[in-house]
Design a protein around this ligand. Structure first.
Ligand code: FES
Length: 154
């Protein structure tokens, strides 16, 4: 549900841009940061607030990988499986996460503790493999390090 506070913030952001269309991403971030994901309802809400066709808002929301379209767990594991990370063992780490937490890529654990997202390069090729947990960056990963890190997220 989009609160009055979010609506107020989005209305304020409209004034930051010369055209309302430019505020789409900012509005989507605001909702996702609060709600954890972007529902169909929230896309229509942004469309209405910015006076932009719903298809345009949906086009932006579905173009970028950072926007989520299903409810997520409390902690989002984003693991890179692009070339450098793959060579350095990222697929083994994905298998570990599947085994330990019973989640597939794009899935969420039954207790909503973790969601797993497979990412493209996150800019840490030199210290691969790498992952984000929420906004926290972790690199030079191996199985033990991944489990030690994830034990810190409840
Ligand atoms: S390939 Fe994984 S961080 Fe670049």
């Amino acid at each position: 549900m989009i609160t009055e506070e979010i609506i107020k913030k989005i209305q304020q952001k409209k004034g930051d841009y010369p055209v309302f269309r430019s505020a789409i991403m900012s509005a989507l971030h605001e909702i996702q940061n609060t709600e954890g994901w972007l529902s169909q309802e929230s896309l229509y809400k942004v469309s209405g607030m910015l006076n932009i066709p719903p298809a345009t808002v949906k086009g932006v929301a579905t173009f970028y990988h950072m926007y989520r379209h299903v409810p997520m767990g409390r902690n989002i594991i984003q693991i890179c499986t692009n070339v450098a990370c793959m060579i350095m063992g990222a697929e083994k780490l994905v298998d570990l996460l599947k085994r330990e937490f019973g989640i597939e890529a794009g899935g969420t654990t039954g207790d909503k503790r973790f969601s797993l997202v497979i990412m493209e390069c996150i800019g840490a090729c030199g210290t691969a493999p790498a992952m984000l947990v929420n906004d926290d960056f972790h690199d030079n990963l191996d199985e033990k390090r991944v489990m030690d890190i994830l034990n810190g997220y409840k």
